[in-house]
Design a protein around this ligand. Structure first.
Ligand code: GLN
Length: 610
């Protein structure tokens, strides 16, 4: 077995301590970054078997939270097998939303799960693709970095993987110490061609780092075919066996299933995978993913992992008590009976694929939980809406609020514009996000200012009034990957505005991903007609938040950024809180914004406040 116990003095003599002296070190490659201290960091590796899309990220982040709550420094990383450099050019239909980090990295939606559950801002170091690894190796090769040596999958590619993980351990550390635990999630499933080198690299890492250094988790799936009416473990067994063929013995097995996994199945999985029963966890469907950390704790998984990694001595019990009370306040609210029932419409073009709007879904969930609202999200495809039919189609949905989300390209635009008009004219609470912000400007320009033919040049290059136009920097750029205005930027909020009341601050930081903006030469005309730009770039003339006055509309707010990306369970994003509060007011007939709850206006601390 890979992690067999060794006597103590032998432990000191691990492979890594001898590694620098070996032949490998003369071969132009070192998987050990300068300053790396072996033994200071442990690794938890989560691998999928049977099929992908089961929630490796959810499992991994929940486990990471358990250790974070105990006062340990944790950092996650997702290893993607695809050759793209980042997720920026991936179609949300195929791959879910593109999650943008504060440093501008465009990543997989799983990074959103990590940020939300760990309440931690991540960076490019927490996201690796095969494309990044190969690019790095090939550039090094062209620069003569491997002269005289054939560049190989092993040791060079696997070495680069290990180097990155160790570098992350250094960079994510605190107070001069490396991170206590790096959580590594491998994309895809064991047996895929494209992630094979990651799995080999992780096997090597565990060997080099020595006993008690690495905990392997196999996430698997328990099928329950309707015709049989019982849970079957064979696909899971075969999947785990496949993992063992790579030389990796799992320490924990997480079984995804619709219903709680039966004792018989747990016993079988345990027997066939050499994993003690206490380390086989039933990860069945739950009301909310945020209840999973508590469920894991209830089954003692936190103690198991401390034992596997010899980390008991690092636990800070006082920190843990506090973290548990905070989290509990949120999970209690999840299961408490809700006072209000509301419907929120998301008007987009990817509405058949909920993953395309995963963070919006979560941001609504956070705000609804805090405000005791049971929110039904209506995913409405507006591609065939226009000015003649939008009103009646929307009227039929019994909506208390609408969101026009971000997007690209022409399809569905007229439907979005007609929907914004309906919300504005009928006093329906409205939140515009990025493209939704731009559509609110175009609609206002056309129907209030009277600029017939106003549009965004993204949609109609030679329109009569280009109220939304390309950012000056963007005009110079060719190619589409990683070229937008990306990542966290400061937003100056006008004192006394509704936005200032919402945020409880006049300086906030939000995350952007756009190429187009409000054309400055139209700002005066738009504001003279009553549109308020209440959030702007601190130095440049870039409009970032808009609103209509309370005398005209109960809640008409939009951001050029993506407010959904910074919403966290314990720190819901203010624009979503405002929307949900306004939707409750719409349902109950109370006036808005006076309805906006003291609980969160008073707290005023959001992750985005700087
Ligand atoms: N397509 C618009 C732009 O590039 C909006 C982008 C978005 O919604 N993320 O500016």
């Amino acid at each position: 077995m890979l992690q067999s116990r060794m006597p103590n003095q032998e432990k000191e003599q691990t492979f890594l301590s001898q590694f620098g002296k070996s032949e490998e070190s003369k071969e132009f490659y070192s998987p050990i970054p300068e300053g790396y201290k072996q033994g200071e960091t442990r690794y938890v590796v989560v691998l999928g078997t049977v099929m992908s899309g089961l929630g490796k990220g959810i499992f991994s982040s929940s486990l990471a939270k358990l250790l974070q709550d105990k006062g340990l420094t944790v950092t996650p990383v997702k290893l993607e097998g695809y050759l793209n450099i980042d997720s920026g050019t991936l179609n949300p239909f195929r791959h879910g939303e593109v999650f943008v980090l504060d440093d501008g990295t465009e990543t997989d939606m799983d990074l959103g799960t990590y940020e939300r559950i760990l309440d931690q801002d991540l960076s490019r170091l927490n996201f690796t693709t095969a494309g990044q690894i190969y690019t790095e190796i090939l550039s090094r090769e062209r620069a003569g970095g491997y002269l005289g040596r054939d560049v190989q999958m092993i040791p060079h590619v696997t070495g680069e993987v290990k180097r990155r993980l160790r570098q992350l351990a250094i960079d994510a550390g605190k107070n001069g110490k490396q991170a206590d635990v790096v959580f590594v999630e491998v994309g895809g499933t064991v047996g895929d061609y494209e992630n094979g080198f990651y799995i080999e690299a992780l096997r090597e890492l565990a060997y080099e780092e020595g006993p008690d250094s690495t905990c392997f988790v196999a996430l698997t799936y328990i099928v329950e075919p309707q015709i049989l009416g019982e849970q079957k473990s064979k696909p899971a067994q075969l999947g785990i066996k496949r993992l063992m063929e790579t030389g990796i013995q799992p320490h924990l097995v997480a079984c995804r299933a619709e219903l709680p996994v039966t004792d018989t199945v747990i016993q079988k999985i345990s027997m066939f995978s050499n994993v003690p029963k206490e380390c086989v966890f039933s990860m069945h469907d739950r009301e909310s993913i945020y209840t999973i950390p508590d469920a894991m704790r209830a089954e003692g998984l936190d103690r198991q992992i401390l034992s596997i990694l010899s980390l008991h001595s690092k636990v800070d019990a006082i920190a843990e008590d506090k973290a548990r009370v905070d989290w509990k306040s949120y999970t209690n609210a999840i299961s408490a009976e809700r006072m209000h029932n509301i419907n929120i419409g998301i008007l987009g073009k990817y509405t058949s694929i909920r993953d395309a709007y995963a963070s919006i879904d979560k941001a609504i969930e956070h705000a609804s939980t805090h405000l005791s609202a049971k929110t039904t999200i209506k995913w409405i495809d507006v591609t065939d809406f226009d000015t003649t039919n939008a009103d009646s189609k929307l009227e039929a949905q019994d909506l208390d609020a609408v969101i026009v989300p971000g997007g690209f390209g022409e399809r569905g635009i007229e439907g979005k514009l007609a929907s914004v008009k309906w919300a504005r004219e009928h006093g329906i609470p409205f939140l515009g996000i990025c493209l939704g912000f731009q559509m609110a400007v175009v609609e206002f320009a056309r129907n209030v200012v009277g600029l017939d033919g106003a549009n965004s040049t993204e949609i109609e290059l030679n329109c009569a009034f280009p109220v939304i136009d390309e950012l000056p920097d963007q005009k110079e750029i060719e190619g589409l990957g990683g070229t937008m205005r990306l990542g966290g930027q400061d937003v100056q909020i006008t004192e006394g505005s509704f936005a200032a009341q919402l945020f409880g601050a006049t300086h906030v930081r939000e995350r952007f991903r756009h190429r187009y903006e409000v054309e400055p030469k139209f700002i005066e005309q738009l504001t003279n007609a009553g549109l308020i730009f209440s959030g702007r770039h601190p130095e440049h003339e870039i409009m970032q938040v808009l609103e209509l006055p309370a005398t005209v509309h109960p809640y008409f707010v939009a951001g050029q950024f993506h407010p959904e990306l910074t919403s966290r369970p314990l720190r819901p994003q203010p624009m979503f809180m405002g929307l949900v509060a306004a939707a409750i007011a719409h349902r109950t007939g109370e006036t808005c914004p006076s309805h906006i709850d003291e609980r969160w206006l008073a707290s005023k601390s959001t992750p985005s406040t700087v």
